[in-house]
Design a protein around this ligand. Structure first.
Ligand code: GLU
Length: 520
């Protein structure tokens, strides 16, 4: 009978969740979900000097942000808890006693200096530098004497010296090593704290873990752990040691190349679905011709065996592109919800409550071009600002039109007598409900049906106005845009006029027209 699959993510809470850790979590989660198994979270916090509650909180937050949920673990509980290793010390002690009694572990009293001295001696003799196993074969009397003299020692694993260990790896195939090449590694420190390899094996065994996907930096640990499983009379889980994520240069991912802390992506406004999707692709592919897929689609196809054996390169440009792709798929209401935390101080809180149509229209104007949610803060600044000043580019363009002040004043006079929507903070619900921006997706309103002029009608009137005054329309738009937004970029100009509404549009046109403008 095969056991129901149980997989785990076992982070050490010694820092944020990095991209590599997120990928490990994601693959274990996906494998568990794809096989209809259980995914659990275990916190490997036995390195007390480096572990912190703060890191644990941040890791859980990052997992939640990515949409990786767990069936057992911190904040959820489960039948195999506790899920923090420091709360499981009595379990490790029981296993340690059992291994010592069976002769598979022994107490070693060597000081750090002695261990180092032993390593150097081996190295000088042309052998592999490691703990020289000096206390492996002490008699009981010798051990007692050393314990009296030095206090409790550490517990080391008695590595079989005459065994070739084969590790069937789901990613690498069969890999083997002569165990004599591995240390009699420390299982329990003199203060009673278990080390990673020991606690990991006890927990994988006690928690019924069936598969482990992790980075190939753990391959040597895989051998150590597999032998310990054997000594405990149990089958190890099926391991898959997968290649590291590489940076653009083909080397290990460096901090310079990518902000490797997952929550930094959240803070920069990447969409979590895109980050999830992108991380999935760092070692696995959905199909030859599709990079964007839903979680459900992924789970239909995901198999540990298909994780690639070559390191995949992290490419921030592709991740950004993917974030933009997901951003375009959001409904307008969803986009507004996502954008909201990023535009504090730029879009007044009250606008979300009292003029949701205005906010939705404004946000939607950028949906086609934005990639990150954080971009909206910069993009929407002009709309709710008290006043705008032309930036350098806008000034350069203005300098080319000496007649601009007069054009602006005349155009202001036209708008003043046109049926524009009211300006924020006045109620403009009717206008925003009627005209769905961006206007490119909008048809002209049938005559007499609209509560005011929409972007299409505003454009038609502006063209007629330019023609009547003999102003080339192509030249008029630059000063108008500079006056209304302060920039040379942005959404369609008549979407801008529409969003600003009559009072503010007129004010801004007149402000830039300044004292030199002639009345119409
Ligand atoms: N705590 C270990 C790490 O963060 C877990 C390794 C494993 O999955 O066994 O690297």
């Amino acid at each position: 009978m095969t056991a129901r699959p149980r997989l785990r993510f076992a982070p050490s809470p010694t820092g944020p969740l990095h991209l590599g850790g997120a990928r490990t979590a994601l693959y274990n989660w996906a494998a568990a979900r794809a096989m209809g198994g259980t995914f659990l979270l275990r916190i490997e916090d036995t390195d007390q000097a480096r572990s912190s509650e703060q890191s644990l909180r941040i890791i859980l937050e990052a997992l939640r942000w990515l949409g990786i949920d767990w069936d057992e673990g911190p904040e959820r509980g489960g039948d195999h808890g506790p899920y923090l290793q420091t709360e499981r010390l009595d379990i490790y002690r029981r296993y340690a006693d059992r291994l010592v009694a069976a002769g598979h572990a022994y107490e070693c009293f060597a000081t750090a200096e002695e261990v180092e001295e032993g390593r150097q001696r081996l190295q000088a003799a042309g052998e592999r530098p490691m703990y020289d196993r000096r206390h492996r074969d002490l008699s009981d009397a010798e051990r007692d004497a050393l314990r009296r003299e030095r206090g409790p020692g550490s517990l080391r694993f008695r590595m079989p010296l005459d065994q070739v260990q084969v590790l069937p790896d789901l990613s690498k195939g069969d890999v083997s090593i002569n165990l004599a090449e591995l240390d009699d590694w420390v299982m329990v420190r003199p203060d009673g704290m278990p080390t990673y390899n020991f606690a990991c094996v006890v927990d994988d065994l006690e928690m019924g873990i069936t598969h482990v996907v992790r980075g190939e930096e753990h391959l040597m640990n895989g051998f150590k752990q597999a032998v310990l499983f054997e000594r405990l009379g149990a089958e190890p889980p099926r391991y898959a040691h997968i290649p590291l994520i590489l940076g653009a240069g083909g080397k290990k991912l460096s901090k310079r190349e990518a902000s490797v802390d997952v929550l930094e992506y959240r803070d920069k406004g990447y969409l979590p679905e895109a980050v999830f999707n992108y991380i999935t692709l760092l070692g696995w592919s959905f199909s030859g011709d599709r990079d964007v897929f839903t979680k459900a689609e992924m789970l239909e196809r995901f198999r540990i065996e298909d994780i690639g054996t070559k390191g995949s390169r992290f490419d921030d440009a592709k991740l950004r592109w993917m974030s933009g792709d997901y951003l375009r798929r959001l409904s307008a209401d969803e986009l507004v919800e996502r954008v909201r935390p990023f535009v504090h101080g730029v879009v007044p809180d009250a606008a979300f409550e009292t003029q949701p149509g205005l906010v939705r229209n404004a946000v939607r104007c950028y949906q086609e071009r934005a990639e990150l949610l954080a971009e909206f803060a910069e993009k929407l600044g002009w709309l709710f600002a008290d006043r705008v000043e032309p930036d350098d580019d806008a000034r350069k363009k203005l300098a080319k039109s000496p007649d601009a002040p007069r054009w602006l004043a005349d155009y202001a006079a036209l708008l003043e007598t046109s049926a524009l929507p009211p300006s924020w903070p006045d109620d403009r619900t009717a206008a925003d409900a009627f005209f769905e921006l961006p206007s490119s997706a909008d048809r002209p309103a049938p005559a007499g049906t609209a509560p005011c002029l929409g972007p299409r009608e505003l454009e038609a009137r502006c063209r007629a106005f330019a023609e009547e005054r003999g102003i080339p329309f192509g030249q008029l738009v630059h000063p108008v845009r500079a006056a209304l937004t302060g920039t040379t970029k942005g959404p369609g100009l008549f979407d801008v006029v529409f969003l600003l509404g009559r009072r503010v549009a007129v004010e801004r046109l007149r402000a830039l027209a300044g004292g030199s403008a002639q009345p119409a």
